[in-house]
Design a protein around this ligand. Structure first.
Ligand SMILES: [Zn+2]
Ligand SMILES: [Zn+2]
Length: 218
């Protein structure tokens, strides 16, 4: 509701008009092929595995995202997550649908928020994105995952890797092929942990989809 009443300003540049102005939308760094087939990192030529994911056990078959997680994408995600600007979830979904081919899956699901964050924010950004994407791709969106413990999940780094392993459990009857949606793909640890929970519960193939992806300097 607040969304409709507040004067609209671009969350990236601050100009009046829309929550994401056309210029800032255009400038978001789209992730372009060639990509690593597995983790979706941009690469010099198409590869099955790249420096970023080589040797890692990743339970997802592939991970894809729409834009690089640069300063502008960060501001957008922050406004969407922390200020609860719902319209931005629709914008993010549209950007994903433009850039990422619809995964060949039976259903979408999303990375669950931990309870404290969900309470603070009143919404789960990953869930909103998944719902919007499910509509765009004409797929069902099912809540298939839950957190097993306080399992906090923070931006990047070794901290994320340590805390997310085993942080999820799948909740009910599992489609064969599932895509798990998150707002940002950082190290891939969250995507891998959710994919492994989905597979442990019977999914044969899991794809990961995110709005933005952290890009390593090459
Ligand atoms: Zn702008
Ligand atoms: Zn890779």
């Amino acid at each position: 509701m607040l969304d409709l009443l507040l004067p609209q300003r671009c969350v990236v540049c601050g100009c009046g008009g829309k929550q994401l102005c056309a210029a800032c939308r255009d400038e978001l760094p789209r992730i372009e092929p060639p990509l690593c087939a597995r983790c979706g990192a941009p690469t010099a030529w198409p590869v099955e595995r790249c420096r970023e994911c080589a040797g890692r056990r990743l339970a997802f078959a592939s991970a894809r995202a729409a834009v690089g997680y640069d300063a502008a994408a960060r501001r957008l995600v922050h406004a969407w997550k922390e200020r609860g600007l719902r319209r931005l979830a629709a914008e993010a979904a549209q950007l994903v649908a433009e850039r990422v081919p619809a995964p060949e899956v039976d259903a979408l699901t999303f990375v669950p928020a931990d309870r404290r964050r969900r309470r603070e924010r009143g919404h789960n950004p990953a869930e909103r994105l998944a719902v919007e994407l499910a509509a765009a791709w004409e797929l069902p969106c099912l809540p298939l995952l839950e957190r097993t413990r306080g399992g906090r999940q923070r931006g990047s780094s070794a901290f994320e890797r340590r805390t997310v392993r085993g942080a999820f459990r799948a909740t009910r009857g599992m489609p064969r092929r599932v895509a798990v949606v998150d707002d940002v793909y950082t190290t891939g640890a969250t995507a891998a942990a959710s994919a492994s929970a989905l597979r442990a519960a019977g999914a044969r193939r899991v794809e990961a989809v995110a709005f933005a992806r952290a890009l390593r300097r090459r």
